[in-house]
Ligand binder design. Sequence first.
Ligand code: AMP
Length: 214
Amino acid sequence: MNVLFLGAPGSGKGTQSKKIETEFNIPQISTGDLLRAETASGSDMGEELKKIMSSGKFVSDEVVLELVSKKITSDECKNGFILDGFPRNLSQASSLDTLLTNLNVSLEYVFLIDVPTDLIIKRCVGRVTCNKCGKIENEYFSDIKEGDTCEDAGVYVKRADDNEETVTNRLKVYGEQTEPIINFYEEKGILHRIIGGEDGPQRLTDEIISIIKS
Ligand code: AMP
């Protein structure tokens, strides 16, 4: 089963892909996570990526495509994958098509997590992530704050690009470059629009699971 999550920054696609990963035992491939791991390595490339990501711009198509191809063709993905944060523009969508055609596999589901813009900023600015298990919480919607300890003894940290200025930029780039992909997958007949709101992630997860199981 090959799945793709689309959505603005803070729409909750990371949260949903992790839940679907657990439910169906298929690995999530988050280009944002892969790039953040590279920035943490302290390499020259990592330093360059840090600058681009903290401005809210996209890193080059070549860099992300290489990361994604390496993962998709690895043994870990032999039963499928969940793409989160890739593709993010039409050129990446077309490269993904070519890669999948060459591998003789296809995408079965594209889920677009559609959340009102006024909620997005709060979702991003309040987001904290456990640095051990990757669990995502929000300072606005729970008692958990940056620096608190998670159940697994990890610490909740904030992403460097989750400040209001960068989030505004990321939303602008999303509108200009990523939204056109919605049509691309709608025309293929595999797009499912999931409407998010203030009522937490579980209703969306249930809807996604029921679409996959049907
Ligand atoms: P995310 O964790 O998905 O919100 O991604 C964080 C940042 O990583 C983005 O704002 C981009 O700078 C970069 N990034 C992640 N995925 C991609 C991609 N597919 N293409 C270009 N840049 C990306």
